[in-house]
Ligand binder design. Structure first.
Ligand code: NAP
Ligand code: FE
Length: 367
């Protein structure tokens, strides 16, 4: 059997009520917390209330930073880190979709290095960080179990992972927080989870364990397909989506993501297309870049109960209700920019060239 490495150190609680039922886990993280959330959803879905109730019961003081927007930028996490330092916070709790969870990781680095500029995020892989807990309210990004924190970089007109690898010390996965999610955000984020499962499985970095994890994730995802199409989700569907998302996160924590994420970042930066949706737009054409006889693509489609890449495309068009339009100039620019991300392009097992990347954009966005 091949050699491989597996690492996912986040203690993870899954199930309804898991924050309050396991609140003692916060005691090991520090003495004063900063909650990192988006502007409103954490207040509406009950997650913020559960966390503050847990902290108040444990006599852990806390402050709130609730200004994280979608696809957070470095400027925002700098502001939050200043508040964390001035308030002498010694741990962070990210509550929300990937944006607040990722932001909490970057804030953890900046707050642990108050004398350094934010350049440290992109220059020092070994930078220290405050401890972080994560509570996902979308399913989704899997950030609660990955080491990644994706920041928007305006000067580079794209998004990029910070260099320090920040795993949560503890994650709480309670899908009841997703009950307030609109069908649109549910489906866009579910496609992100699916793209993690797909890209991890087909990556050159895939290994025995990551593949098995993906296979479980895909079988859970398959069971949610009718709900995603009907835009009507039971509590059991929400549980399955949250678990499939976390398994996708565990898988990319081993392999990283691949070409769809690399391409999707430009669609998000330049056109404001939500992250999961951006990946989904290019997924069928990415799968069609593999040779027809590739056994892993066939296995992957089979795990989802699909017979062809066309069926995958139809599913994605259905659940995403795709309608965006693009120009040749735009996709030419995205192709040039995507080729700069040699690391992600290199995860494709058959050496993708510039013409291949252009073809993915052309098939996905021009026809
Ligand atoms: P998001 O940007 O975190 O949230 C999208 C929208 O959903 C926001 O308007 C948010 O409102 C709302 N929302 C969140 N939870 C809700 C709930 N339970 N009910 C109602 N509305 C809710 O979206 P996301 O797709 O989860 O995260 C995307 C980010 O994660 C991107 O920056 C992406 O690059 C990153 N990402 C990270 C990883 C990783 O491994 N770390 C992997 C993939 C993607 P509020 O703003 O009010 O909260
Ligand atoms: Fe993603």
């Amino acid at each position: 059997m091949e050699k491989f490495k597996y690492f996912m150190p986040a203690e993870t609680f899954f199930g309804r009520g898991c924050v309050l039922n396991n609140k003692e886990a916060f005691l090991a993280l520090g003495r004063k917390a900063m909650l990192v959330t988006g502007r409103s959803s954490a207040k509406k879905n009950g997650a913020q209330k559960d966390v503050t109730e847990a902290l108040d019961t444990l006599n852990i003081p806390w402050v709130l930073f609730d200004e994280i927007g979608e696809n957070p930028d470095v400027e925002t996490v700098e502001r939050a880190a200043k508040l964390a330092v001035s308030q002498e916070v010694d741990f962070l709790i990210g509550i929300g979709g990937g944006s607040p969870m990722d932001a909490s990781k970057a804030i953890a680095v900046l707050a642990a290095n108050p004398d350094r500029s934010s350049d440290i995020l992109f220059t020092e892989a070994k930078a220290m960080a405050l401890p972080v807990a994560e509570i996902p309210t979308t399913a989704g990004t899997g950030s609660e179990v990955t080491q990644f924190s994706i920041m928007t970089l305006h000067e580079k007109r794209t998004k990029s992972a910070i260099m320090p690898k920040i795993f949560a010390k503890v994650s709480f996965l309670d899908s009841k927080y997703m009950d307030t999610l609109s069908p649109k955000v549910t489906n866009n984020t579910a496609v992100d989870a699916l793209s993690h499962l797909i890209e991890s499985y087909l990556s050159v970095n895939a290994n025995f364990i990551s593949e098995k994890i993906v296979e479980i994730g895909l079988s859970l995802f398959k069971e949610c397909i009718p709900a995603l199409k009907a835009r009507n989700y039971t509590a059991e569907d929400r549980d399955k989506l949250m678990l499939a998302s976390a398994l996708g996160g565990v898988a990319i924590a081993q392999t990283s993501t691949s070409i769809p994420h690399c391409l999707g970042y430009f669609l998000t930066y330049e056109k404001g297309i939500p992250h999961g949706r951006a990946n989904g737009l290019v997924t069928q054409a990415y799968l069609e870049l593999f040779p027809k006889e590739d056994k892993k693509v066939a296995q992957l489609l089979h795990s989802l109960g699909m017979k062809s890449t066309e069926e995958m495309g139809d599913f994605l068009n259905d659940v995403l209700e795709t309608s965006e339009t693009f120009t040749v100039e735009e996709i030419t620019y995205y192709t040039d920019r995507a080729m700069e991300n040699t690391q992600k392009i290199a995860t494709f097992p058959y050496a993708a060239k510039k013409a291949d990347i252009y073809k993915i954009f052309e098939k996905s966005l021009l026809s």
